[in-house]
Design a protein around this ligand. Structure first.
Ligand code: ADE
Length: 240
């Protein structure tokens, strides 16, 4: 799976995703991450990419031109890689914005089906609406708070999508049975030692009785979801 990011801070994206599991997936080639600097597509001799908002108001607005040219550049690159495939205009362009659909595990699963995804990260007071209308297919928010730019949100989405790509996690089953599967939170986990500061690991986990362990874990998941996330519990198939 290939992630393409249009940003003013490519090094932030590359550094953020080069460590840990996403970094290993990049090394293996299971995913590719390519950050394109929007500033490289400025036609201004000082490399400006923003200007004052028409109608006045605080802050600066990112101009349509550099964003559009950066997008065209990425589309051309993908097109060359795919032997000029004409289905390219269906590649999803995700604008990271607090005005978007709030991201969740279901959306991560939906995005993980794509071969290529383009992320557009804004800064300042936003991006000229005309270029957004022309290229954006999805508006996604990572929550109801405002960040200084779209880079951290894009990294959040890329991380969540990557770990659903086959081969990124060591064990493919683990993505399936964890938190948010069936709208349940994950059960508690324990590892050695058997006793820590006088607190013992629940007996059932030491029993080797798989049916009982499974039942205990489901019970704990349900308990936890009811208590911590009643909003999720409402939609769980276990809530009957
Ligand atoms: N850009 C700024 N804040 C954001 C948020 N909460 N989600 C996505 N993109 C953003």
């Amino acid at each position: 799976m290939n992630f393409h990011i249009l940003t003013l801070f490519p090094e932030m994206i590359m550094q953020g995703l080069s460590t840990s599991i996403t970094g290993r997936a990049m090394d293996k080639g299971t995913i590719t991450v390519e950050a394109t600097n929007i500033r490289d597509f400025s036609e201004d001799k000082h490399g400006h990419v923003d200007d004052y908002p028409y109608g006045g108001g605080a802050g600066m607005v990112m101009q349509a031109g550099p964003v559009y040219r950066a997008y065209e550049h990425v589309i051309n690159e993908i097109s060359v890689k795919k032997n000029n495939d004409t289905s390219l205009n269906r590649i999803r362009v995700i604008y990271m914005t607090p005005q978007g659909r709030v991201f969740n595990q279901r959306i991560a699963g939906e995005l993980a089906k794509e071969d290529d995804l383009i992320f557009l990260c804004g800064h300042y007071e936003g991006i000229d609406e005309r270029v957004l209308d022309m290229i954006v297919t999805d508006n996604i928010s990572i929550g109801d708070y405002v960040l200084t730019g779209g880079e951290l949100p894009a990294m959040v989405v890329i991380d969540a999508v990557s770990r659903l790509v086959p081969g990124v996690l060591n064990n493919d089953v683990s993505a399936e049975f964890e938190t948010f599967h069936d709208n349940l939170l994950e059960y508690p986990q324990y590892t050695r030692p058997e006793e820590f500061m006088g607190v013992k690991v629940p007996e059932v986990l030491l029993s080797g009785h798989h049916k009982n362990i499974e039942a205990w874990r489901l019970e704990k998941s349900i308990e936890r979801t009811k208590e911590r996330r009643p909003d999720l519990w409402e939609y769980s198939k276990h809530n009957v």
